[in-house]
Design a protein around this ligand. Structure first.
Ligand code: SAH
Length: 376
């Protein structure tokens, strides 16, 4: 393990990009979209027509846009809703109920999203950055470093593609609706704050301004960037906050989640508590169980004591071993003991199911595998 502390963009600057991502309707709030259309030489009212096709009808076929003059449809579509993500490969498992899409961005950068159908919901796990700068040693994405931030358009496109796949009946079981969005793909969402918030609003704004999905169905998962959590608290959107804690003691967390050297456990939990107070939303603690590293019963005990008076829920994730790492998932009996101890403190706990593991669905591995041996 290296003790390298990741560099975080603390001032929430605009992303530094190598080649500018084309602007997209989804980069703008509803009140700015009219000006965006006008700047491109279209009447302002076209913006809400295109937003209706995009967010309400999930339509990417301008030929069907009968409220727009036929000869201008394609031009308007290309200008306002340029195709920002192109499908490279799709891998499925669980009889097609889990599907992982690898996307190529305009500059050739690869990101991925995972769509999972359950009996009662359909969840998409999306990427907010290409790579990640947080350098957590157990995470495949972290090993590759940060390539760049995604724009709101690029993040939103992953979600709209998932919603379209659901509506088109591409998953077994027939047409359905996308119900949940989790920012648990590649990247640290709060290190790409503005684009992530714009995306959350695109998800939660009612049709036709957005997808009209409730904020409580959206989970933003963070390593614990305290300033980002504080900003989110002021935002007035009640998404579910997930904090990747992974251990209750600063000594180990300094190495498992290197940003802990900057924002320690006490500070992160205090920020999460304030978020909970303001929004009334219980938050999640993510905890990847790593054999003989963070799965000892004394750590379960410490975690129980840390969380027993907090409105938090623990989500245990059996470690998905990354290539070349000597770490592996906990023994079954250690996992069971960890759960038992947390429950003895009255702390709600679930063990995450490991959907998509066979297709490297847990942590940025498809993009990594693709680089190593590109699909023909
Ligand atoms: N940057 C965000 C999102 C990361 S992915 C965050 O850190 O929260 C979502 C979750 O998967 C995080 O809790 C992350 O720590 C966890 N994770 C990463 N690699 C993993 C692995 N190899 N096995 C299990 N969980 C992993």
């Amino acid at each position: 393990m290296s003790g390298k502390v990741p560099q975080v963009n603390l001032v929430f600057d605009e992303p530094v990009q190598r080649k500018k991502t084309p602007k997209h309707l989804a980069d703008f709030g509803p009140s700015e979209r009219k000006a965006f259309a006008e700047e491109l030489g279209f009447p302002g009212y076209r913006a809400s027509q295109i937003a209706t096709h995009y967010f309400s009808h999930l339509s990417n076929d301008p030929k069907l846009w009968s409220d727009i003059p036929a000869d201008t449809r394609q031009g308007i579509a290309d200008a306002l809703t340029p195709k920002l993500i192109e499908l490279v490969t799709t891998r499925t498992t669980d009889n097609g109920m889990t599907r992982k899409d690898l996307w190529k961005l305009h500059d050739g950068v690869l990101v991925e999203s995972v769509l999972m159908r359950y009996t009662d919901r359909v969840t998409v796990c999306i990427s907010s950055q290409a790579g990640c700068g947080m350098n957590c040693p157990f995470c495949a994405t972290g090993q590759a470093g940060l390539t760049r931030n995604l724009s709101a358009g690029e993040i939103t496109e992953q979600i709209v593609a998932a919603a379209r796949a659901c509506a088109n009946g591409e998953l077994p079981g027939g047409p359905t609706r996308l119900s949940n969005i989790v920012f648990m793909g590649m990247g640290e969402p709060l290190a790409n704050y503005n684009a992530v918030i714009r995306t959350v609003r695109n998800i939660t704004d009612p049709n036709p301004d957005g997808l009209g999905i409730s904020a409580r169905s959206v989970t933003v998962s963070t390593v614990g960037l305290v300033n980002g959590i504080e900003k989110l608290t002021e935002e007035g959107i009640s998404v579910t906050l997930a904090v990747s804690l992974h251990t209750p003691d600063d000594e180990l967390r300094d190495t498992l989640v290197p940003i802990n050297n900057r924002f320690n456990i006490r500070e992160v939990l205090a920020a999460a508590d304030l978020y909970e107070k303001k929004t009334g939303r219980r938050y999640s603690i993510e905890y990847a169980l790593i054999r003989d590293i963070n799965d000892q019963s004394w750590r379960a005990d410490l975690l129980g004591r840390l969380l027993k008076n907090r409105n938090a829920h623990v989500n245990l994730i059996p470690l998905n071993p990354t290539p070349g790492s000597k770490w592996t998932a906990s023994r079954r009996e250690d996992e069971a003991e960890f759960v038992r101890i947390l429950e003895s403190y009255g702390v709600p706990v679930t063990v995450r199911d490991t959907r998509g593991r066979e297709i490297d669905g847990a942590c940025g591995q498809l993009a990594a595998a693709e680089k190593a041996s590109p699909a023909s």
